[in-house]
Design a binder for this molecule. Structure first.
Ligand SMILES: Nc1nc2c(ncn2[C@@H]2O[C@H](COP(=O)(O)OP(=O)(O)OP(=O)(O)O)[C@@H](O)[C@H]2O)c(=O)[nH]1
Ligand SMILES: [Mg+2]
Length: 539
């Protein structure tokens, strides 16, 4: 029986001893649901684990089980209610009372207990309201035996922070085999729900991409807002997008990601959409690029996708024209590439003396601070003027929708004469990041371009680790911030460009020689290359 606070019976269910259906109870975000579940235990015994999770997940005022005696009369009553969130010293999310006889129950002030509990819950939420309204999030990274699982979790945490979340808890969950629906299994989800309750968090972020059905199932089981890594990255791109093209690219990627997930997700999306109002403008996962909010109307989504594709096509055509017109004269171009947050923009600033504020490129301790390629002119001793180009940072497992949307931007890297690959040498997984960047370059068919590696943040890196990295990746240890190693890097860049120019000149010379040789061959009277007269009218 489900009973409300005035003692009215709302519903009665009859079932076997294993499980009874509970009608859907509206779960309050801040308060208890206002219902009390009373049921019988025909075989006797106290509250089961199932009873307690029903209490917890539905935020019931209380759950009570009445044992049934062999003579059919009521036996002991078992009762539990929730403990307030954040309670110190409580092992569990619930407080179970010692069994009472039905007559003892008459003196028990359940209403008073519930009032006290609600007051404590309200106090906790007042404390939270006083704090800045960042989305409080729990992070889960599933470890399937990858070597870099720890780093993935740390990266997920950086992504969440950049997206504006307050990470209150993170966990690496070891699972060789994933559960179809819930990935981590129902027990783990229950544990996470409990943690979220105590830490006052409403968002659960998964380090892997979730399918639409998985996200829905996990949301149903936990009552939390579910975000996956891809959504987080898309969200950051949306926050940082500047300029027409990046905005179009980001929105297109977001819509492509959302489209298959919109089916049957009406309630879920409207709920996420309604909970806007964070400092960064809107809740994580629903931010559109620029000032706009992501359009989630499923009827209009296809039209919008076609429109964006056409717009991007236009931009691409115009860019191609610009590219052709830009006389590929002799100013060499160095494209700065690397993992996100490696220090590419800082290095560009250091190289091009963009000390004058307005020329300075934004460099921040945020992932994907740069989304738009930016070129600045610099100078290299022995070479002369050189154009340095800064571009979008890479990340491992770059979401497919994003790499598709940003393909044009990324392919422009191929216009350069030389890649300057910036590695954050202070990152514990510098190798893996280097590998991830190389893989993306190879996907873009750019892996045969000449590359110079800069091991950046040397001021911050462990010297031994730095030595190891130098052995493995080669490259020059630098600090874009302190300037250490920059003269050496400049001379390596100049040498490489010089050698390349020489090789090119040599090829040109060889080609010229070859032409001369063939011409001479053709002109020799006895040449067997000489074909029948009249075939070469100019002869
Ligand atoms: N300690 C130290 N910090 C650095 C160095 N170079 C850059 N940083 C810091 O690293 C952070 C990221 O720098 P950015 O230049 O924005 O990195 P980025 O590669 O352009 O990053 P995205 O554009 O986001 O992909 C900033 O907080 C910089 O101050 C360095 O040599 N040493
Ligand atoms: Mg940058």
């Amino acid at each position: 029986m489900l009973i409300d606070r005035r003692g009215r019976v709302l519903s009665v269910s009859v079932a076997d001893a294993k499980a009874a259906e509970l009608p859907a109870v509206r779960r309050g975000e801040e308060r208890l649901s206002g219902f009390h579940l009373l049921h019988t235990h025909p075989k006797g015994g106290g509250l089961s684990k199932n009873d307690l999770s029903t209490l917890f997940l539905n935020r019931l005022d209380a759950v009570a089980a009445v044992e049934v005696r062999p003579d059919g009369l009521p036996g002991n009553v078992h009762l539990a209610h929730l403990t307030p969130p954040g309670t110190v010293g409580e092992e569990e999310d619930w407080r179970i009372y010692p069994p009472k006889s039905p007559s003892d129950m008459e003196d028990f002030d359940l209403a008073g207990q519930v009032r006290a509990l609600e007051e404590e819950i309200a106090r906790a939420s007042r404390v939270r309201e006083a704090a800045p309204d960042k989305e409080r999030a729990l992070l889960v990274q599933i470890d399937q035996g990858e070597v870099d699982a720890e780093e993935r979790l740390a990266e997920l945490s950086e992504l969440a922070r950049t997206a504006g979340a307050d990470v209150v808890y993170k966990e690496l969950v070891s699972r060789r085999h994933l559960k179809a629906g819930t990935l981590v299994g129902a027990g783990k989800l229950e544990e996470l729900t409990s943690r979220a309750y105590h830490l006052d968090a409403q968002t659960l972020v998964f380090g892997q991409e979730l399918g639409a059905a998985q996200a829905r199932e996990i949301e149903a089981a936990t009552g939390l807002k579910i975000i996956d890594r891809t959504q987080l990255i898309l969200d950051i791109f949306a926050l940082h997008a500047q300029g027409v093209e990046s905005r179009l690219q980001v929105e297109l990627a977001q819509l492509r990601y959302m489209k298959p997930r919109l089916l049957g997700a009406g309630a879920r999306l409207s709920r996420i959409g309604a909970s806007g109002g964070s400092a960064a403008g809107g809740a994580i996962g629903t931010r559109g690029p620029g000032e706009t909010k992501l359009e989630l109307d499923r009827r209009r989504i296809n039209d919008r996708i076609s429109f964006l594709e056409a717009q991007l096509e236009n931009v691409a055509v115009r860019r191609e024209e610009r590219r052709k017109n830009r006389s590929r004269n002799d100013v060499p171009v160095v494209s700065i590439v690397g993992y996100t947050n490696a220090g590419k923009s800082t290095l560009l600033n250091a190289f091009t003396h963009a000390a004058e504020e307005p020329r300075r490129v934004l460099a921040e301790n945020k992932l994907f601070a740069t989304l738009r390629p930016t070129s600045r002119q610099g100078y290299l001793e022995g070479i002369g003027p050189v154009v340095f180009t800064d571009t979008v940072g890479f990340i491992r497992d770059l979401p497919a929708d994003l790499s598709r949307a940003f393909r044009a931007t990324l392919e422009e890297i191929g216009d350069a004469d030389l890649l300057l690959h910036v590695v954050d040498a202070s990152a514990p997984d510098a190798d893996a990041r280097y590998g991830a960047v190389r893989r993306i370059l190879s996907d873009l068919d750019l892996d045969d371009m000449p590359e110079v590696v800069a091991l950046n943040k040397a001021d911050h890196a462990d010297p031994e680790a730095l030595d190891r990295e130098r052995m493995r990746m080669g490259g020059v240890a630098i600090s874009a911030v302190s300037g250490q190693g920059l003269p050496w890097l400049r001379s390596v860049l100049a040498d490489t460009l010089q050698r390349q120019a020489e090789a090119q000149a040599e090829q040109v010379a060889l080609a010229r020689q070859e032409r001369v040789r063939i011409k001479a061959e053709l002109e020799r009277p006895s040449s067997n290359l000489r074909l029948g007269a009249g075939q070469y009218p100019h002869d």
